[in-house]
Each structure stands twice: as structure tokens, then as C-alpha cells.
Design a protein around this ligand. Structure first.
Ligand SMILES: Nc1ncnc2c1ncn2[C@@H]1O[C@H](COP(=O)(O)OP(=O)(O)O)[C@@H](O)[C@H]1O
Ligand SMILES: [Mg+2]
Length: 386
């Protein structure tokens, strides 16, 4: 029905009540568990399967998108699905099984409904009290996945229980991981020991020394906020093209991610910019490494210009952004992930260097361009600050 990797087999074969998938980045955890759940939905009639994420935006950009990709890639699977309600995020199967993607506000909220199978996606973003209520109302099996960037309730509570299987995986267990991504993950070994341990090998670590701690989550950008600029960092095959928007309100910064996608050509970027409401009069501060892309986007009518970098621009732009309180919208899930692993490099002796670990920092780079060029005092005379 679909191509599978070893994690699929391991999860499908597990007979334990709880199957914990701890792993590094891109090890195939989410994909494999979803494939197992599709298998169960089809093989057993009238199953209720719940997939839980920390919030709906995270599900939509993560597990739900993966599920849609798996379905799109399998004619056979499509034949088993009779209905998909996008609003409620519920798939219905010909044999009466249903698969729902949802999130819960609190433990009380999680008391509603019962299910046969439960998948707790990126469990470290979900409260233990919510998990307890869900687990209690699951008749058959629970699957859990996460990157172990710190010890949390799965380690202290779940793994200590009975009938629990722990599967530790990393990109080497995912036959579908592109080589370029593998290289980036392996390169972490020389960049940061702790990040390598967690994201490269799936071993429980403690990510400390994060660069940005001056941010909190908000529902949305206030209507009264004024635009500072949009940022744009170019990627293509392996790196996403990343676009955050930065606003000012109440003496604070308000930031939201607009898009974060691989494989975007310049016409596609222009389309997306239009789609997300970027006006041709808005300033867009872009990665200066791609003058051709900048020119093309300018030809599409956008006000895109190359970020001034200058000496020490990374350090300087970080210093500038650190002076502000940054309010990040909840649906900026990629930015949130980047911020949670953006840290200073350390030398062999553990001494902190003046340079961040260059890994998963696309939206942050775009944010830095805006910081340096629109919020700093070194604009090379190009723009007068408001
Ligand atoms: N069985 C599969 N078939 C095709 N592609 C897969 C498969 N398993 C994983 N992949 C690819 O690998 C990527 C990473 O897998 P994912 O499950 O998201 O990793 P993790 O959840 O461990 O970070 C997916 O986005 C997908 O492109
Ligand atoms: Mg995942």
C-alpha cells in the first residue's frame, strides 16, 4: 500500500500498551506511526483513532500534512477513505473506522470521547495531565513521539510504567531521508555536542544556552501594530525559503511566520507573497546572497532589497533582537522550533563562542536581516529609523 521503513515494522509489531518513539530529527517517527495507524484503521473495522498535537497549527503543518501526503501517494489507501472533513480534521474509512486530528486545551477538555488508538505527536509540547486523561480513555494502544531535548513526563512517568516499549531512532533508520539532510544532521557532531546527541542520535539531552529567551506566544498580531518589514531567507532543495513578518506595537516586536517551504521557485515565492497579503509597498529585507532572486521578485512588483550584512552582522543582529520583547504568534510553529534550538557554539572545552550553531535557522536568519537593517542603528545611511 505504501513504502515503509524499519520504524513502521517496529511499531506495527509492538504489542505493548504504550509505544514510545524517541528520536532524532527526520528519523521517520511521525510518518511511520501514521502509516501504522492507517494500517490499523483499514484492518480493523470501527476503530476510533485520535492523533493529538500541542495545537492545531502544529498538527496542520506537521502530522496532518504528513497524513495527507501519505494518502496522496497511495491510490489503494484513497480507496479505503470515504470522507475527509477538513474543518473537523476527520477521515472516515469504508469499514467504519475514523481518524481524527485534534488538540486539547486542558485536562478537562481531554475527558471528552474514547478511542481505540491514540497517537501523541511531539509529546513534549503536551501537558501530562492531558495525556493521563487521554491514555485512560484509550482501549488498545498508545503511540508517542518526540525529540528528547530535555527530560519530561514520558521519561519520569510513562517509561517507568508496565507494558511500555521504547524505540530510539535517528535519521539512519529512515531510508527516505535525503543525503543532504543526513549530512547536515551529521555535521552537528562538530558544531554542538548536545544538539547532535538529541537531534542526531535521539538520546535524551538538555539543550541549554539558548540565544533568544526574550519571546512569548500570542494568538495574533494586534490590528494596531505597524509593519517593520518582512524578512526573506532563500532556500530550495533542502533548506526552506522562509518568510517572517515583523511588526511593532506597544514598544514590543510582534512576529509571525508567513511561509516556510522547500522547492519554491521565484514565481512561486511571488505567488505566495501575494497570497499571504504582502503588499508591493511593504519592505521585504532579503538574504543578500541571492541577488538574482531579489531582482526577479522586484520584477514581480515587490519592494525586496538585499540586507546589509557587514562585519559581525550575526552577533550584531542578535544583540539588536535581544533588546526587544518578541511576541510570536502561536501558529509560527517552525519559528518556535528554530528558537528552541538556536544556541551559541561552544569550543571543545565548553567555552561559549560568539557565534550561533548554524542549524535550522532559516526564519531566524530572515528575522536577523530585519533586525539589523530596520531596528539597528547601523543602516549605512540607507534608511532613516522611525
Ligand atoms: N515511509 C516513508 N515513505 C516516504 N517518505 C518517508 C517515509 N518515512 C519518512 N519519510 C520522509 O522522511 C521525512 C521525515 O520523516 P518524519 O516522520 O517527519 O520524521 P520525524 O517525525 O522522526 O522527525 C518525512 O517528511 C518524509 O519526507
Ligand atoms: Mg515528527
Amino acid at each position: 500500500m505504501f513504502e515503509v521503513g524499519p520504524l513502521y515494522e517496529a511499531n506495527l509489531d509492538a504489542i505493548d500498551d504504550v509505544i514510545v518513539n524517541q528520536g532524532g530529527t527526520s528519523s521517520g517517527k511521525t510518518y511511520s506511526i501514521l502509516q501504522v495507524l492507517f494500517t490499523k484503521a483499514i484492518q480493523e473495522p470501527n476503530q476510533v483513532i485520535t492523533i493529538v498535537g500541542q495545537d492545531i497549527p502544529n498538527l496542520k503543518k506537521g502530522a496532518l500534512r504528513d497524513a495527507e501526503t501519505i494518502i496522496a501517494g497511495s491510490r489503494e489507501l484513497q480507496g479505503f477513505i470515504t470522507d475527509y472533513n477538513r474543518t473537523d480534521r476527520v477521515f472516515k474509512f469504508w469499514n467504519g473506522s475514523v481518524m481524527e486530528f485534534t488538540s486539547y486545551q486542558n485536562a478537562q477538555d481531554a475527558k471528552s470521547g474514547k478511542r481505540d488508538y491514540l497517537f501523541v505527536n511531539e509529546a513534549n509540547g503536551i501537558a501530562y495531565s492531558i495525556y493521563q486523561e487521554l491514555e485512560m480513555r484509550t482501549r488498545k494502544q498508545v503511540y508517542i513521539d518526540y525529540n528528547p531535548n530535555a527530560e519530561f513526563w514520558v521519561h519520569t512517568e510513562v517509561l517507568a510504567g508496565k507494558s511500555v516499549k521504547l524505540l530510539i531512532s535517528d535519521h539512519r533508520h529512515n531510508p527516505f531521508c535525503p543525503d543532504k539532510i543526513r549530512e547536515k544532521i551529521e555535521a552537528l557532531r562538530f558544531k554542538d555536542h548536545e544538539l547532535f546527541k538529541v537531534y542526531g542520535r535521539g538520546l535524551t539531552g538538555k539543550i541549554e544556552g539558548l540565544i533568544f529567551r526574550n519571546w512569548n506566544l500570542v494568538d495574533e498580531i494586534p490590528k494596531e501594530a505597524t509593519l517593520v518589514a518582512h524578512g526573506l531567507d532563500f532556500g530550495f532543495t533542502n533548506d526552506p525559503t522562509a518568510c517572517p513578518s515583523v511588526y511593532k506595537f506597544n514598544g514590543e516586536l510582534w512576529v509571525t511566520e508567513r511561509f516556510y517551504e522547500t522547492g519554491m521557485t521565484n514565481p512561486v515565492i511571488a505567488d505566495r507573497m501575494r497570497q499571504v497579503g504582502i503588499r508591493t509597498t511593504d519592505e521585504v529585507v532579503a538574504d543578500s546572497a541571492e541577488p538574482k532572486s531579489i531582482t526577479e521578485l522586484t520584477n514581480y512588483g515587490f519592494n525586496v532589497w538585499a540586507a546589509n550584512k557587514g562585519a559581525d552582522s550575526v552577533k550584531n543582529s542578535i544583540d539588536i533582537l535581544k533588546r526587544w520583547t518578541m511576541n510570536i504568534t502561536k501558529d509560527s510553529t517552525n519559528l518556535r522550533r528554530e528558537l528552541n534550538m538556536y544556541k551559541w557554539r561552544q569550543d571543545k572545552d565548553g567555552k561559549t563562542l560568539n557565534e550561533p550553531v548554524d542549524f535550522n535557522n532559516h526564519l531566524i536568519d530572515a528575522l536577523r536581516y530585519v533586525g539589523l537593517n530596520k531596528l539597528g542603528n547601523n543602516n549605512n545611511g540607507r534608511y532613516v529609523l522611525s
